[in-house]
Write a protein that binds this ligand. Structure first.
Ligand code: FO1
Length: 304
């Protein structure tokens, strides 16, 4: 049984590749919910949905989020009415948010609704929101304080950030399913997701960091930074803005005390000794998963 701490796209690709090798029912993903939002009264869970759609083979490759073959009639009508249409919810995708929101309103937990949706879409990897409590990642920026999606989508993550606040983290509890999966896993993987805005919200939820520290020997992390750059998204920029070294070593230092084995890209091979000198095992391989063969190599390194 392996457990993968997961954000969005990078984690989704890794989980899809791992489930080609392992029986998917042997894999649990603990998923960030700090990006979740209420839009038009609906609960939207972008990281859970990106992973769910990817594992169901339904993801929109072009956008990197949402569903394939999407249409946008509702957003067009909403825009014409002068409604809030900057965060685009596709017609097909809306069904997921309607289903989830109605079930939550009837008292189901996010964990239960996620299991129901995965079941309907034939996803056999177990997806667990890290918490059923409220959690919201917020940014202090040059333009003031803003929510995750205002920063990420409305401002195209192109605004200087001075602090990230995970609102609700001190009060939130990890679900029993999450704590159990961390205790029972033969391996805990930290996906190559953004450390500050995808993985940190998971680590901040009570109980999660302690379990990782206790189980450090079986924790394997994959660096999301390759030769000083993030493949996608604002990880490199945010690391620099918040005073971290922008390298695979800077991310490892951010995860101090949690990692037993650190997987870095071939482009960072010269940094392998510096990883070892921190008392962490190192594996050098290709970490870019665009080519299926590379993804298989990374998956083999994770499982080795
Ligand atoms: N990303 C965008 O760049 N623009 C959007 O309008 C947008 C809408 C959206 C709707 C549902 C969903 O699940 C994801 C969506 N995303 C959109 C992606 C999302 O903002 C980010 O990729 C994640 O939150 C970061 O992991």
């Amino acid at each position: 049984m392996i457990t993968v701490l997961s954000g969005g796209v990078g984690a989704a690709r890794l989980l899809a590749t791992l489930s080609d090798t392992l029986d998917p029912s042997e894999i649990t993903a603990i998923v960030n919910v700090g990006d979740d939002l209420t839009m038009h009264g609906l609960t939207v869970c972008p990281d859970l949905d990106t992973i769910m759609y990817t594992l169901a083979g339904l993801n929109n490759h072009q956008l990197g989020w949402g569903l394939e073959g999407e249409s946008w009639r509702v957003m067009q009508e909403l825009d014409a009415l002068g409604g809030e249409a900057w965060f685009r919810l596709g017609d097909r995708d809306l069904a997921t948010h309607l289903y989830r929101s109605q079930r939550l309103a009837h008292g189901a937990t996010k964990t239960e609704v996620t299991a129901e949706l995965c079941d309907r879409l034939g996803v056999r990897v177990r997806l667990l929101p890290v918490t059923d409590d409220a959690l919201a990642t917020c940014f202090d920026t040059d333009l003031g304080r803003m929510s995750f999606q205002e920063y990420f989508v409305r401002h195209h993550h192109d605004v200087a950030v001075s602090a990230i606040d995970i609102v609700g983290a001190d009060e939130a509890s990890a679900s029993n399913e999450v704590l159990e999966s961390l205790r029972d896993a033969s391996k805990i993987v930290i996906a190559p997701s953004n450390p500050l805005i995808s993985i940190d919200p998971i680590l901040r939820v009570r109980g999660v960091r302690d379990l990782l520290e206790q189980r450090r020997d079986v924790v394997v992390g994959v660096s999301p930074i390759i030769d000083g750059h993030a493949l996608k998204g604002p990880a490199d920029r945010l690391l620099a803005e918040l005073g971290h070294e922008v390298s695979c070593l800077g991310v490892l230092d951010f995860y101090k005390g949690l990692i037993g084995t650190w997987i870095i890209d071939e482009a960072d091979a010269t940094r392998a000794d510096a990883v070892r000198s921190r008392g962490v095992d190192v594996v050098v391989t290709t970490t870019i998963m665009a080519e299926p063969e590379n993804a298989r190599r990374l998956s083999a390194a994770v499982l080795a």
